[in-house]
Write a protein that binds this ligand. Structure first.
Ligand SMILES: [Zn+2]
Length: 115
């Protein structure tokens, strides 16, 4: 299934392909502040519809994850990074997707704080 999503003002817009069966909440220092619910997909399943350089990017700690956000409206639509097996993944903020009934999705809790 194909999903569409964006930041609040529309400067960042994207499409994501896959089966959205669950979301992940993480308690790490950045996720708990953003309050995102994440959907992990291979980066190749995420297609950016707006220019890459329109996004601002924040990194911290080991700088392995690029947390993208909109410099205009401040919303964080997704992050991306390389996982231990070498795959390039995107963590989509499900709250930025159009027409998704978030409350119907099971939430798994990830203890990012302990890493
Ligand atoms: Zn925006």
């Amino acid at each position: 299934m194909k999903y569409t999503g964006s930041c609040h003002c529309g400067r960042i817009a994207f499409e994501a392909e896959g089966e959205l069966e669950k979301v992940t909440a993480c308690n790490c220092s950045i996720c708990r502040r953003k309050g995102t619910l994440m959907w992990f997909v291979p980066r190749t399943s995420l297609k950016l519809l707006t220019p890459e350089h329109d996004m601002a990017t924040y990194t911290f700690n080991k700088h392995v994850i690029s947390h993208h956000f909109c410099p205009v409206c401040g919303i964080h639509p997704f992050g991306e990074g390389t996982v231990p097996n070498g795959g390039h993944m995107a963590a989509i903020n499900v709250r930025c997707l159009d027409d998704v009934d978030i409350d119907s999705l099971p939430v798994s809790h990830f203890d990012g704080k302990s890493i």
